[in-house]
Design a protein around this ligand. Sequence first.
Ligand code: IPD
Ligand code: CA
Ligand code: CA
Length: 278
Amino acid sequence: MTRVTDNPDHLLSLALGIAVEAAALITDGRRRGLSEVSTKSSATDMVTEYDRLSEQLIVRRILEARPDDGIVGEEGAQTVGSSGIDWVVDPIDGTTNFLYGLAGYAVSIGVRDPDGGLIGVVAVPTSAEVFTARRGGGAFCNGRLVRCSDTVDVGKALVATGFSYDPARRRRQGARIAALIDSIRDIRRFGAAAADLCYAASGRVDAYFEEFLNPWDLAAGEVIARESGCLVSSISGGPVRPASVLVATPGVFGPLRDLIASVDASLDGRATRPRPTA
Ligand code: IPD
Ligand code: CA
Ligand code: CA
């Protein structure tokens, strides 16, 4: 039976403590050097011993505090809970950055209740930042309120995106970017979806879109982006899902969605009908 009697602030502080501990673990690992590096879904989809150690730590801490909760994690965690609270964990988002010693990898911990995303915590240790949000409570970076940008002109929008590990999908994504780039300010590819969502939430980019994500890429950052004032949907404008994510500051959201639709239509050789204005 679903039982949700939890105080969201307690869940947030638990998630925050765990994310900070996991971020310290991977930072320390990066400093000492990696010894186990292998591939997963494709030759470019990497996993290290610290992805696994981070997930083990996060799962252990969640179950110590909340044994009845469900957990799903990228590196295999799959616990069915009975409390109505589920944790969705990416132990290192941006593993390629982590592997190369680049900035911007993150620990991403989302908490869901029967109404959807409740808590998001994204720790980015290379910039000593932790983004947090609780549904209805605003979005924060290191405890300071953050808001999305106030950009209204899609032509001046800085847009983050990412590419799938699947070669055919990334070819198509590359073609889309090539067709889009003249109509916006510029593109950023930081390499960690959870951080991309937080950068949209804090106005460091005006929008972010990506396809073929997994639930753990999106769970935490989605709450943070929504709470910052960003609009959030699928790329075609339906409910957001990991397979299709569009997040933008309100003035850019509609025009960017229409721009992507028209680029996709021309890549497919289709004509687009203009959307009726609201
Ligand atoms: C990846 C990153 C990347 C995104 C990929 C994700 P991982 O996650 O978030 O930015 O473009 O789609 O799979 O593999 O580093 O956890
Ligand atoms: Ca990820
Ligand atoms: Ca990961």
